[in-house]
Design a protein around this ligand. Sequence first.
Ligand code: TXA
Ligand code: MG
Length: 360
Amino acid sequence: MDNVFSINEENIKKAGKIIRNGGLVAFPTETVYGLGGDGLNPRASKSIYAAKGRPSDNPLIIHICELNDIYRITKDIPDEAFILADKLWPGPLTLILKATEAVPRETTGGLMTVAVRMPSHRGALRFIKEAGGFVAAPSANTSGRPSPTKAAHVWEDLGSRVDMILDGGDSVLGLESTILDLTEDEPVILRPGFITREDIEDILGKRVLVDEASTETESCTSNGMELEGSAERGRAPKAPGMKYRHYAPRAVMLMVKGEPGRVTDAITERAKADIKAGKKVGIICTEETFGAYSGLGANIKSLGRRTDLKGIAAGIYDALRNFDSGDTGVIYSEYFDEEGIGAAIMNRLKKAAGGNIIKV
Ligand code: TXA
Ligand code: MG
């Protein structure tokens, strides 16, 4: 880990210089770690895609540190953008706006729009300033893997393919930003996050749509299991990134939905059979149900109390990565309430599970 440095003033200055010279720096934000390059430099954007192994039709978010900087990269900005920025920036909200000529097509994956976010992490804001003000950054994982919430996760995926990794400890929120498209007649959420639909509707005083295609997932059928796949297909999500299997652990993952008691029984029964068949089993549960699985011989991971949605969100990606290092063959996860932040939690878990849902 010889390219990992703690995020202090001296290292931020070095990191800024690396970006201005066209290099790559992974850095902490309040949501997840980002893999940063100069968003106005097409060569830097190309290097980001290469380092992540990401398809180049999947656009990057440009991170800014001052509101005035949006004029350089976006145009025809609707009032809603300023109203939301005033209340929620810096913070975990990404806005899709019309792009100016200053934004290279490489950064927007060929689109005429651009994603912009001002993160609230203090070190991130300082780094963006030192880097010239426009840091393009996807989550700093290799494509398809769970997003990184620690510098060690970034190192695990990208190693020395980045020039520098700024270590700021654990990400406070642990789930990527809410993405809101403001280029249509009505605002549309393309990716749910900590800023909920209700938060945005309250601030704007009007209806906000949710791109249903972004929350759908392909389901795999697996020997005789009853799976509830996604209902409707055929339309691509508007955030290109949402169409890929995502946030995914290496193991087969299954979400189990139903009355709490039936869920623990069903997971216990299936886990027993899997363990008997020689598989390593992981279970994602909560404090309330943790005890129900003891003695099974499974790797049990509690995400905290069922009502503490913030705590649950913060632990998801680390849990999924831990199962990978434990060589787990199958992961069962309990189902969570989809209200408020729960919508984002379930969006990520369902995608990690590739849409595999068992109803009990
Ligand atoms: O919290 C976050 O948003 C983190 C941190 C690092 O800021 N970043 C992040 O970036 O999650 P990434 O690249 O992993 O996810 C960005 C998503 C992708 O699904 C991408 O397709 C979508 O945003 N996106 C980017 N630009 C877009 C655009 N112009 N139109 C529609 N979707 C866009
Ligand atoms: Mg990502």
